[in-house]
Write a protein that binds this ligand. Structure first.
Ligand code: UD1
Ligand code: UDP
Length: 372
């Protein structure tokens, strides 16, 4: 079987890396990788870390381009790649514009589609936007649905997806996370190097790690999160570290509001090893990221989710994350409660793996091999 894996953004690279490496060792399957490069720097840093060398690179990123412009460029580029590579199966991940463009391109070329991380739903097309639409549209087109959890499977069944095409595998992000966390644990040299790199952080203070990039939060939402962080940073016992997403509309707001706030460190997007190190060092994570909502519970870190709705209810149910929206007072109250109430903190800070056991890629590979 000839497969083409298409990825475009940072999380797609992190989540497809373990599958790429597993398929590369699988005799029955020939694997090629196409990057649309919807992200450039944030993708390249991941390709380098995971040692992925793409066979095709569409290089479609342009500063702050519209969704339609980006999608059109992806579709045009994919037409040529699919004609050249002639795969039997196109594998896509998640819910980005790359995911949907690659699924649609494959369908138009009558090539089967496998969807990794299938079945996540909020039920609300406006949140996350445009991802809820991207993943629903991809489900319509896919032949194999690799659902990370049984809830995701149920979502697909409710939409009439054939049961025999759904495979519950866990999320491949946990494969990557466990592998990377082990690398950190076992390499003292690497830990020392990271301690040096983050020497500006004070070990005597508790660390709050923040990320944010959702399009529906751009503007008032991000501003309000920044106001809550400004207030939180007044505490003498905490420091805030915020690797800022490169979307200019996110970056401009965050730098405008937080660049001069003492106790807040705005840093560049981090390579995966450094980010896992920061998650591991943190007391609390504040984020609207999908991937981080899956990783932090596995590391036993409480997460405050700066969204109004999530497609990842498993962590809420496990008690390791809480939805706070972008309301300044709510973020402040919940953070303060976790910082000051040891019992409330302990209730959330227990390691749970609702998203997988680190063997998701193996299960996906096994399913594909038995279909060969
Ligand atoms: C995209 C995905 C989102 C995913 C997120 C992960 C879509 C519509 N959105 O959102 O689902 O959760 O990635 O981070 O598919 N930029 C750079 N350098 C980079 C990356 C981005 O400069 O390495 C800037 C560019 O100006 C780019 C902008 O960020 O135009 C937005 O990037 P884009 O991929 O369109 O959307 P994201 O908001 O990053
Ligand atoms: N991440 C990273 N460096 C950073 C910020 C995030 O490696 O500076 C990782 C994080 O561990 C997670 C993924 O990137 O695996 C999440 O990406 P993002 O938040 O951009 O996208 P989402 O998951 O929301 O689609």
């Amino acid at each position: 079987m000839k497969t083409l894996i298409v990825i475009g953004t940072r999380p797609e690279a992190i989540k497809m890396a373990p599958l790429i490496s597993m398929l590369n060792e699988t005799r029955e399957i020939e694997t090629q990788v196409c990057v649309t490069a919807q992200h450039r720097h944030m993708l390249d840093s991941m390709l380098k870390f995971f040692g992925i060398r793409p066979d095709y690179d569409l290089d479609i990123m342009a500063a702050d381009q519209s969704l339609l412009a980006m999608t059109s460029r992806a579709l045009a580029g994919l037409e040529n790649v699919l004609s050249d590579a002639r795969p039997d199966l196109v594998l896509v991940q998640g819910d980005t514009s790359t995911t949907f463009s690659a699924a649609l391109s494959a369908h138009y070329k009558q090539i089967a589609v496998g969807h990794v991380e299938a079945g996540l739903r909020t039920g609300d097309l406006s949140a996350p936007w445009p991802e809820e639409a991207n993943r629903r549209l991809t489900s319509v087109l896919a032949k194999y649905h690799f659902a990370p959890t049984s809830r995701a499977r149920e979502n697909l069944l409710r939409e009439g997806i054939l049961e025999s095409t759904i495979h519950v595998t866990g999320n491949t992000v946990i494969d990557s996370l466990l592998h990377t966390a082990k690398r950190l644990r076992t390499s003292e040299a690497q830990r020392n190097e990271l301690d040096r790199r983050f020497g500006f952080l004070n070990r005597d203070k508790r660390l709050i790690l923040v990320t944010g990039h959702r399009r529906e939060n751009i503007g008032d939402g991000i501003d309000s999160v920044c106001d809550a962080l400004t207030e939180l940073a007044r505490r003498k016992d905490v420091e805030i570290v915020f690797p800022v997403h490169l979307n200019p509309r996110v970056k401009d707001s965050v730098y405008r509001r937080l660049a001069d706030v003492p106790g807040v460190f705005l840093i560049e997007p981090q390579d995966y090893l450094s980010f896992v190190y920061l998650m591991d060092r943190s007391t609390l994570v504040v984020t609207d990221s999908g991937g981080v909502q899956e990783e932090a519970p596995a590391l036993g870190k409480p997460v405050l989710v700066t969204r109004s709705v999530t497609e990842r209810p498993e962590a809420l149910a496990a008690g390791t994350s809480r939805m706070v929206g972008t309301d300044r007072a709510m973020i402040l109250d919940e953070s303060t409660r976790l910082l000051d109430d040891a019992k409330a903190y302990a209730a959330m800070a227990h390691a749970e793996n609702p998203y997988g056991d680190g063997k998701a890629s193996q299960r996906i590979r096994d399913t594909l091999v038995s279909a060969c």
